[in-house]
Ligand binder design. Structure first.
Ligand SMILES: [Ca+2]
Ligand SMILES: [Ca+2]
Ligand SMILES: [Ca+2]
Length: 133
């Protein structure tokens, strides 16, 4: 019976993993690792981050991970990112602010693996990002 329960638990974990892959959490680890595109929320620390392997056409349904408490926060990525670190390894990443009725504006993050402060016009105004745009 104990074995059966363990198996059932394993099945549930696999399904949760699939859902996470759809949401795109990069490698699922707290480190901003190779091939990931990482967003950081605050100017003065790197506690709250959101990681991807690819682009995301809408940041409104994504929340920051708290690296200190090891938990998902209620803090939305949309309009709320200060730094981006591009470890994609292949190309630059374009972060865009849709900017209401005005034309959208963007900031291109180089493929150098460094934490980059977003430009004034996109900082804390991010709506989406593309890799290799
Ligand atoms: Ca990661
Ligand atoms: Ca999204
Ligand atoms: Ca915006």
């Amino acid at each position: 019976m104990r074995v059966f329960l363990a198996s059932a638990g394993a099945v549930v974990m696999v399904m949760a993993g699939s859902a996470a892959a759809v949401a795109d959490n990069g490698d699922g680890l707290e480190g901003c690792n190779q091939y990931e595109i990482c967003f950081n929320r605050d100017a003065d620390n790197y506690r709250f981050q959101k990681h991807y392997y690819g682009g995301d056409s809408d940041h409104a349904n994504n929340k920051f991970w708290d690296k200190v408490n090891n938990s998902l926060t209620g803090s939305l990525l949309e309009d709320n990112a200060y730094h981006v670190r591009n470890r994609d390894g292949s190309c630059y990443v374009r972060v865009t602010d849709w900017n209401g009725l005005a034309p959208s504006v963007h900031d291109d993050i180089p493929n150098n693996g460094n934490w980059i402060r977003l430009n004034d016009n996109v900082r804390n105004q991010n709506n989406e990002h593309k890799r290799c745009p």
